[in-house]
Design a protein around this ligand. Structure first.
Ligand SMILES: [Fe+2]
Ligand SMILES: [Fe+2]
Length: 341
């Protein structure tokens, strides 16, 4: 039951509670469909608010995913270019961006598919930032985090590579393999992003720390601090998983995009000692259902449908192609080349 103003009441809505006159006479029963005549009586009797059944509320139409995505992409591009010139972050602009992504992550069905179908445009850094923000929020949702935590995870994802605006573009966009010195230069983006965010006082410390630590690994092999285990901030550990997934499934200057299977397998390999197991467990559980029923292209160029996924190895499902069943756990020579839909 929900109390609403009579001004916003539409004919056809059902009453959620009986209405009585000032002298306690029953005027209308709960469940009555409101007509224009009832609205006129309410106005005459100065009844300003009534209870309605919540099930009668109009269903809110979710904004189009691609539209929201492209708006966010423009915002990211604009604040990153301003950050490069030394300008701070606009609290309201960023807040609106995160709210719009949060609404999509919470209510949009099959967001991973929607992300896959987005036609990429512009620089990788900008789309990668939006993608990692979306994936961090999705992981937050899967981990049953509170809304405020999911939004902060989104901010950590959105800003994780902001320090790259301060590194040498020629090195950042170098198509070939980086030299050791060039890699050392790129590594600075973690610290540079952290310093930039700390100058924006409204940014929570766990978000700036996540940006600093998103390349740290639990075995101490990461950078810039070589932190170990749970010393790696939780937000940073979420960003790490999202970052690997998006980097592998996106086109980059030095490598074309690969299938989600390759990303999942990489995260699987890293989940033994390098990534946070609480996060990777939820990731694999969800990815098991992600593959069920999907159309896939196999490495032997056969198209088929995933009919069974083993939770222990979600990237090696059983696929029905034509009238043949391929169990990819057994037939290791065949793999999934691409997820079609
Ligand atoms: Fe990074
Ligand atoms: Fe990244």
């Amino acid at each position: 039951m929900l109390k609403i103003s009579v001004n916003s009441l539409k004919p056809g809505t059902r009453l959620g509670k009986d209405i009585y006159s000032k002298d306690s006479k029953l005027l209308l029963r709960r469940g009555t469909f409101i007509t224009q005549a009832h609205l006129n009586v309410f106005a005459k009797r100065r009844i300003r608010e009534v209870y309605i059944l919540e099930s009668d509320l109009p269903v809110k139409v979710l904004p189009d995913f691609e539209c929201v995505y492209n708006n966010c992409l423009n915002t990211v591009k604009s604040f990153m270019l301003r950050a490069k010139l030394g300008e701070g972050l606009d609290f309201e602009e960023i807040g609106e961006t995160i709210d719009s992504l949060f609404e999509q992550v919470l209510n949009q069905a099959d967001i991973l598919k929607k992300m896959r179908l987005i036609k990429k445009r512009g620089e990788y850094l900008f789309s990668h930032s939006v993608n990692v923000a979306l994936l961090c929020m999705l992981l937050g949702k899967w981990l049953d985090c509170e809304p405020v935590t999911i939004k902060e995870l989104g901010l950590a994802g959105l800003f994780h590579d902001i320090g790259k605006v301060y590194v040498d573009e020629a090195i950042l966009n170098k198509p070939g393999r980086l030299t050791a010195a060039e890699f050392e230069h790129i590594k600075k983006h973690t610290l540079l992003g952290y310093i930039f965010l700390n100058d924006n006082s409204w940014i929570n410390k766990s978000i700036s720390s996540a940006v600093l630590m998103h390349h740290e690994r639990a075995d101490g092999s990461g950078y810039p601090l070589g932190k170990k285990g749970y010393d790696v901030n939780f937000y940073a550990a979420v960003v790490a998983v999202a970052d690997i997934y998006d980097a592998i499934t996106s086109d980059r200057v030095y490598s074309p995009k690969r299938s989600p299977c390759v990303a999942i397998e990489t995260i699987w390999d890293e989940s033994f000692g390098r990534l946070n197991p609480k996060i990777t467990k939820v990731f694999f559980d969800r990815m098991t259902s992600f593959f069920m029923g999907k159309r896939v292209l196999l490495s032997n160029n056969q198209e088929g449908t995933v009919v069974y996924v083993d939770p222990g190895e979600p990237t090696k499902p059983t696929v029905m192609a034509g009238n043949r069943l391929y169990n990819l756990r057994v037939d290791r020579s065949i793999s999934i080349k691409r997820v079609i839909d």
